[in-house]
Design a protein around this ligand. Structure first.
Ligand code: ZN
Length: 72
C-alpha cells in the first residue's frame, strides 16, 4: 500500500546529498527508496556501487572547485 502513491504519482524525492551541480542523491519520502542521477542524467536506484562512485565524484568535484586559479 505504501508504494501505491509512487506508482500513481511518481516518487516524492527529497535531495539528501548534493554530489555535483548535476548529480544528486535522493530519498523518496513515500517508499524510502534511494535514487541518484546517472551519467546520462537519468534517475537510477542508488546502489552501493553508485554510492562509492558518487563519493569519489564529490571529492574530485570539491577539489576542482578549489582549483579555480589557472595552472601554470
Ligand atoms: Zn517512492
Amino acid at each position: 500500500m505504501k508504494n501505491l502513491y509512487c506508482r500513481l504519482f511518481n516518487h516524492d524525492l527529497i535531495i539528501k546529498n548534493e554530489i555535483t551541480k548535476f548529480v544528486k542523491e535522493y530519498t523518496c519520502s513515500q517508499c524510502g527508496k534511494h535514487y541518484t542521477t546517472s551519467d546520462q542524467g537519468e534517475l537510477i536506484p542508488l546502489t552501493d556501487k553508485r554510492r562509492e562512485i558518487n563519493k569519489t565524484l564529490k571529492v574530485l568535484y570539491n577539489k576542482r572547485k578549489k582549483l579555480k586559479q589557472p595552472v601554470y
